[in-house]
Design a protein. Structure first.
Length: 173
């Protein structure tokens, strides 16, 4: 997929999604996105993972864009950290994303793309939650951190996870 095709995929994520949203949210520069959750993508690949196909940034971006499109979220921005290990929180793309915080949903490919240690994940989830941001992996897995993140949001009664769980239950029925 070339850059133009990828841009088209990202542009396609502007479908209407009004079932879950923030009441009273001020309008953003993207007035055309009214009623849609604003999403931000985060992509990370460690130098040691360069040979692994599933960690390639293009693949992560495609899966993230697909997740945003599936849920009707408006994908506004993508932050990347290529060559950075997951056990380091001092990553330039992560820091830039956390400085922005002008979005509702952080979409990552897998939980380990955001953090590889539970204490780091706790810190990031609490920080995002403090700003009303929910982190959603585009690719669900059974790895412990992914399950922990699901549990963390479910115990808080997170509206986005409630919606995701309802869609999953409906698909399995």
């Amino acid at each position: 997929m070339n850059d133009n095709e990828r841009a088209e995929v990202i542009d396609m994520t502007t479908l209407s999604y009004t079932e879950v949203g923030k009441a009273g949210q001020n309008a953003t520069p993207a007035e055309a996105c009214e009623g849609k959750l604003r999403a931000c993508a985060y992509v990370r690949q460690d130098f040691e993972e360069m040979a692994k196909k599933w960690t390639r940034p293009d693949g992560q971006k495609t899966r993230i864009a697909g997740c945003a499109e599936q849920h009707g979220w408006h994908l506004m921005d993508t932050h990347e950290d290529i060559g950075w290990a997951g056990d380091c929180l001092n990553r330039p793309g992560l820091i830039a994303m956390l400085a922005e915080l002008g979005f509702d949903v952080l979409v990552i490919d897998r939980t380990d793309r955001l953090a590889c240690k539970k204490e780091d994940l706790d810190f990031l989830l609490a920080l995002l939650d403090e700003h009303g941001i929910t982190c959603v992996p585009a690719t669900w897995s059974w790895e412990p951190l992914a399950q922990y993140m699901r549990w963390w949001y479910r115990t808080k009664g997170n509206a986005i996870y409630s919606k995701l769980d309802a869609v999953t239950a409906k698909a399995q029925a």
